[in-house]
Design a protein around this ligand. Structure first.
Ligand code: PLP
Length: 362
């Protein structure tokens, strides 16, 4: 039928992964009203599941209605005052986006740049400004496949708030909000949580909440208002906006699938698949892009040999084998591939299939 897509892809790009089967089931469940007690209970349970995956006891943990970028905006717009010094680590597209968002909030942005493919030394972030309000960094840089260290930032942050982008890390590699001293963290549903794009899990501790603006510049992302409807609220709920009910059902199911498996087991599955893929690519003659010791298992970046028509190879992988992988961004467009192995897609069988398919199309 026209307009109905039935193609069954293996999503190994840097964007969304294949949803967990429990998520697909949740997406077709009958709709509840956004104030139905059954839905409110499901929402509360979803927030509790997010707490467990963020590894936090924070009272405020909730899904922002919007993609990962909405989580980023919500994280900054609620705590940044005009003139605040905000230190931002930039070693890829998403650190760059953080600078843009912070600057639109009126911050004095202090950039700490590092070459793409390299991790940012925590000492450089800690020493970038004598008294920053916020130190912000992307945990898993999806544009390069690099993991930036977080724990040392929490230990050395002083009076600053530590704000972390966990869009590609949450559910895929160790992310310890409380233990690492992260004050604000946000994520996205479409990566290692195995849910379609559309929600941004977010959490703030009491330290960050005590510095929240009373009237942030965004009404939609105002956590004071959202918090009265969801997350930390108990008792009566005040309508703020109509919750994307179906997506919350999906996140409830995706977070449930991760927790049923066991969070640490899910990290281990990503690790196994990442090593298998990275070893397999090296055996095929590819050179990995990201700094050794800081390579993400869930997002592998690899140089494309100069003689290869990389777009044609990606297109053949898609049409002949139904496997999507991603190209490079910025100056690495046409020179690099980014291969995701996230959420439900992170399975040995998918890695084996991709390596065989690559051999076939090469
Ligand atoms: N941060 C990181 C690390 C990301 O990988 C992405 C998206 O890929 C985002 C932020 C923005 O998320 P979204 O595209 O869902 O708005």
């Amino acid at each position: 039928m026209q307009g109905v897509i039935r193609t069954d892809r293996i999503l190994m790009g840097p964007g969304p992964c294949n949803p967990y089967p429990e998520v697909t089931e949740a997406l077709v469940r009958p709709m509840l009203g956004h104030l139905d007690p059954e839905f409110i209970a499901l929402l509360d349970e979803t927030c509790e599941r997010l707490r467990l995956i963020f590894r936090t006891d924070n009272a405020l943990a909730l899904p922002i209605s919007g993609t990962g970028s909405a989580g980023m905006e919500a994280a900054f717009v609620n705590v940044v005052r005009p003139g605040d010094a905000v230190v931002v680590g930039v070693n890829g597209v998403f650190g760059e986006r953080m600078c843009e968002v912070a600057s639109r909030c009126g911050a004095e942005v202090v950039r700490v740049d590092e070459a793409w493919g390299q991790a940012i030394e925590p000492e450089r972030l800690l020493g970038a400004h004598p008294d920053p309000s916020i130190i912000a960094v992307v945990h898993a840089e999806t544009s390069t496949g690099v993991r930036n260290d977080i724990a040392a930032l929490g230990a050395g942050k002083g009076e600053a708030l530590l704000l972390v982008d966990g869009v590609t890390s949450m559910g895929g590699i160790e992310l310890e909000v409380d233990r690492w001293g992260v004050d604000i963290a946000y994520s996205g549903t479409q990566k290692c949580l195995g849910v379609p794009p559309g929600l941004a899990p977010l959490t703030l501790n009491e330290r960050a909440r005590s510095r929240m603006l009373e009237r942030p510049r965004s009404w939609y992302l105002d956590l004071n208002l959202i918090g009265r409807y969801t997350g930390s609220a108990t008792g009566a709920r005040t309508y703020h906006h109509t919750a994307p009910i179906t997506m919350i059902q999906a996140l409830h199911a995706g977070a449930g699938a991760v927790l049923d498996e066991g969070l640490e087991q899910a990290w281990e599955r990503h690790r196994t698949c990442g090593s298998l893929l990275q070893d397999g690519l090296e055996k095929l003659g590819f050179t990995l892009f990201a700094q050794e010791g800081h390579r993400l298992p869930q997002l592998t970046s690899v140089w494309v040999p100069e003689h290869l028509d990389e777009a044609a190879v990606r297109s053949r992988l898609l049409t002949r084998h139904g496997i999507e992988i991603g190209g490079g961004l910025g100056e690495f467009a046409g020179r690099m591939w980014r291969i995701g192995c996230m959420g439900h897609t992170a399975r040995v069988r998918n890695v084996t299939l991709l390596l065989a398919a690559l051999e076939d199309v090469l």
